[in-house]
Design a binder for this molecule. Structure first.
Ligand code: N01
Length: 537
């Protein structure tokens, strides 16, 4: 049996256990240790990095700019680390995570290759069981398990008969598959597919893309970082960070969302605004109008603009038509690409529309759709994740009186502030459902949550309390608030993973909260009022 970090026997007791050593777990460990707590992190992977450890598929890259997608808790760290490109690649982000682990000597308190399978609460203590067959306990349990960490592997008839290798973008092997001379099939056209398809197309003999729903994607316009731009940002990094934290999504103060609604602009002005943002590249496209995600007419105009771009790029009109999404733009996560649409002009790439009835079956030699056979040597599932709740619900979590999280969340996730759950004392979720999380720069949201949790624990201890738990009525009011905010927008209108629509049978609830600045204000206010909405003991 492996020890829990250095010198800690199995069954050891800590002040805090953290599940996951991605960006959330790493900072939680650092901050709690700094506050004098004994902490252990349990991590299923063989290394740090979380999502950036697992998602090492070709072309994986962040869609938040690298100067923002990094920690700000340590000024020397943010000054010294050198990013090479506007949008960092997965290998570079993983190097950064490893650098942080090294720099702050975090590894000694992380146990790798250890998956938490159960956690239960009794007598102000959480006891956690792992797949290594041992246990550890702590006063506080922090789930730093990520929002997109449970791969969605759809059950397609005959899949087990396929003769070639099968990959999932979210669990990509460390040894890069060799696709040269091979006929590769990619299932799915979300962000992971849209990033990997242009690269796989260059490597494979033939690429077949199975598309259920066409997706909007805008060019990244990625480039090496300009040293003068970097120097400008770094000359006053804290002020840059402060400006970003006032943006609705906690990033992008260099190209803020317009406050002008589309209807107040002329047709030429609207077109110019969309074109400027298309040329600028990245998610900023959705900020072209103040009401782009609020007003259907404004949204339709942006959507049609992108369809026009697709028609201009893709030479075959039928392929262009199939690639043209029809849903509200932005209510599924907007994708950011390099050469995605142009890839469909390549002679070795074909698009198969499976919108009518999916893939009939996988056979040993490929896939069958509508009776047509497609021969394949390798299959790539780019089918996403059981987002936000999947990983938590796979763990047998039991709170007060043995109540399971599965029961508590039977009708969808319910939290107070996305941080705590009624019936589950001393249990925290970093970037949990009901917090801005996936609608923001995740690292900014992670730091805000970690600091809030650490401050909360310090306050409890200085008041001589041993436990804290969300009150049911505060939680209910919060769930209503999250839904009410979403209902004022166009977000709930699509079959997105934000509402759990990608997982058969999952309850439909809009899981993240829109609007970072008011959320931070609310969290600070709750703390300032002596943890309003919580019961302490
Ligand atoms: O997953 P997705 P993803 N048969 O859920 C299809 C983040 N991310 O891994 O739309 C056939 O978006 C599904 O079709 P449909 C980012 O937040 C960020 O690509 O459900 N197809 C869809 O096309 C992102 O949103 C970055 O009809 C099936 C695709 O698979 C999130 O991760 C990069 C199917 C899944 O798309 C998830 O992205 C990558 C089935 N049974 C990811 N089931 C960046 O930072 C599903 N599909 C840039």
């Amino acid at each position: 049996m492996m020890p829990y970090g250095q010198g800690s026997p199995s069954g050891a007791r800590f002040d805090m256990l953290v599940v996951g050593a991605g960006f959330a777990g790493l900072y939680m460990l650092h901050r709690a240790r700094r506050d004098g707590l004994s902490v252990r992190v349990l991590e299923a992977a063989g290394g740090v990095g979380g999502t950036w450890y697992w998602n090492r598929y070709p072309g994986a890259r962040c869609d938040v700019e690298s100067l923002e997608y990094c920690y700000q808790f340590d000024e020397a760290l943010q000054q010294e680390w050198q990013w090479s490109e506007r949008f960092a690649t997965q290998p570079e982000i993983l190097r950064y995570a490893n650098h942080v682990a090294e720099r702050f000597a975090l590894r000694r308190d992380i146990r790798f290759d250890t998956r938490v399978v159960a956690a239960s609460y009794a007598d102000a203590t959480w006891t956690v069981r792992t797949d290594q067959g041992d246990e550890a306990s702590a006063q506080f349990l922090v789930m730093a398990t990520g929002c997109l960490s449970s791969a969605n592997r759809p059950a397609i008839k005959g899949l087990e008969t396929f003769a070639g290798p099968v990959y999932h973008t979210g669990e990509w092997p460390h040894a890069e598959p060799d696709f040269s001379g091979r006929r590769v099939g990619v299932i799915g056209t979300g962000s992971s597919a849209i990033q990997s398809i242009p690269i796989i197309a260059q490597r494979a003999k033939q690429l077949t893309v199975f598309q259920r729903t066409a997706n909007y994607t805008v060019p990244a316009k990625n480039a090496p970082l300009d040293p003068e731009h970097v120097a400008r940002i770094k000359s006053d990094y804290p002020a840059f960070r402060a400006r970003n934290s006032l943006q609705i999504n906690a990033f992008g103060s260099n190209m803020p969302r317009s406050s002008v609604p589309a209807r107040e602009l002329t047709a030429a002005e609207r077109r110019a605004a969309l074109e400027a943002r298309w040329q600028y590249g990245g998610l900023f496209f959705l900020g072209a109008f103040g009401d782009l995600l609020l007003d259907k007419a404004a949204n339709d105009e942006a959507a049609e603009f992108v369809r026009g771009k697709i028609r201009g790029i893709v030479r075959d009109p039928e392929v262009a038509r199939l690639l043209s999404p029809q849903q509200v733009i932005g209510c599924k996560r907007l994708c950011v690409d390099t050469d995605y649409y142009a890839t469909f002009n390549r002679p070795n790439v074909r698009l198969v529309d499976i919108s009518a009835s999916g893939i009939d079956e996988i056979t040993p030699r490929g896939a069958r759709v509508n009776g047509d056979a497609f021969e394949l040597d390798a299959l790539v599932f780019a089918t996403g994740f059981d987002a936000m709740t999947g990983t938590l619900l796979k763990i047998d979590i039991r709170g007060r009186e043995g109540r399971t999280l599965r029961e508590a969340w039977r009708d969808g996730p319910r939290t107070y502030l996305g941080l705590c759950i009624a019936g589950f004392p001393n249990f925290f979720t970093i970037t949990g459902p009901g917090s801005p999380s996936v609608l923001t720069n995740m690292i900014v949201s992670i730091e805000q949550h970690v600091d809030w949790i650490a401050d909360c624990i310090s306050s409890l201890r200085s008041n001589g309390c041993t436990s804290i738990e969300a009150r049911p009525e505060a939680q209910e009011a919060w769930v209503e608030h999250v839904n009410a905010v979403a209902d004022r927008t166009l977000y709930p209108q699509c079959n997105s993973w934000y509402v759990g629509a990608n997982i058969p049978g999952k309850t439909r609830v809009f899981m993240p909260l829109l609007g970072f600045p008011p959320y931070v204000e609310k969290c600070d206010e709750v703390a300032a009022r002596g943890y309003e909405g919580f019961e302490t003991d």
